[in-house]
Ligand binder design. Structure first.
Ligand code: ADP
Length: 200
C-alpha cells in the first residue's frame, strides 16, 4: 500500500523545501497545480470541452485557455466557476491517478501531493491518508518571501490574507512541521523523522 500524503502550508512556510527533502528520502511528488495548469495549457485535455461549453473565443490562437478572459467570467459568476471546475477537476483526477500508478509501479512507498490550496478547497481530503502542514509565523513568511521574490512586504501580506488562516491550516493537519527559527539542518532532521514515520 502506498501512503498518500497531502503537503500544504502558507506562502513562504517552507513547503517546497520540505517537499524536496521528502523526495530525497524516496517519496514521489505530485504537483497538483502543475497538473491543473497543464489541462488548460495549449493542447491540454480540457481545451476542447472548454471551447464547446464556453465558446471558441475562450481559447487563444495557440490553443490554450484564455486565462484572463476566464478569470473575468468566473469572478462575477459562481455558476460559471462550477462549470469550469466540473470540466477541469475530473481531468486532473485522471492524471493524478495515472501518476499514482506510475509511482506505485516504480515501488515508491509514499506519495507527497503538493497542494498549496488543500485547506481552501475541501475536495482533496478524502483522497489523502495524511495531511502534513508546514507552519511558521506571519512575519517569518513575509521576510522569507520578500527575500526570495523581491515583492514588497505589503504585497506578501495581501497574498497571505487571501490564503486560509494559519489556525484553519493547523486544524486540518495530522502532522505539523514547525519551521520557525529553525536552521535548515535542523529542518532536515525534523523531515527525516517524519519520513521515517511514513515508512520511507
Ligand atoms: P513555500 O514553498 O512554502 O513558499 P519555500 O520552501 O520556497 O516556501 O521557502 C521560502 C524561502 O525560505 C526559500 O528561499 C527557502 O530556502 C527559505 N527557507 C525555508 N525554510 C527555511 C529555514 N528553516 N531556514 C532558512 N531558510 C528557509
Amino acid at each position: 500500500m502506498v501512503l498518500r500524503i497531502g503537503l500544504t502550508g502558507g506562502i513562504g512556510s517552507g513547503k517546497s523545501t520540505v517537499l524536496q527533502m521528502l523526495v530525497g528520502h524516496g517519496a514521489a511528488a505530485i504537483d497538483a497545480d502543475a497538473i491543473s495548469r497543464a489541462t488548460t495549457a495549449a493542447g491540454g485535455a480540457a481545451i476542447a470541452e472548454l471551447a464547446r461549453q464556453f465558446g471558441a473565443d475562450f481559447v487563444t490562437a495557440e490553443g490554450a485557455l484564455d486565462r484572463a478572459k476566464m478569470r473575468e467570467r468566473v469572478y462575477a459568476d459562481p455558476a460559471a466557476r462550477r462549470q469550469l471546475e466540473a470540466i477541469v477537476h475530473p481531468l486532473v483526477g485522471v492524471e493524478i491517478e495515472r501518476q499514482v500508478r506510475s509511482a506505485v509501479a516504480s515501488a515508491h512507498r509514499a506519495i507527497v501531493f503538493d497542494i498549496p490550496l488543500l485547506v481552501e478547497s475541501g475536495r482533496w481530503r478524502a483522497q489523502l491518508d495524511r495531511v502534513l502542514v508546514v507552519d511558521c509565523s506571519g512575519p517569518t513568511q513575509v521576510s522569507r518571501v520578500v527575500e526570495r521574490s523581491g515583492l514588497a512586504p505589503k504585497e506578501v501580506e495581501a497574498i497571505i490574507a487571501a490564503q486560509a488562516p494559519r489556525a484553519a491550516r493547523l486544524a486540518a493537519a495530522d502532522i505539523v512541521i514547525c519551521n520557525e527559527a529553525l536552521p535548515l539542518g535542523e529542518l532536515a532532521g525534523e523531515v527525516a523523522q517524519v519520513a521515517a514515520a511514513f515508512g520511507l
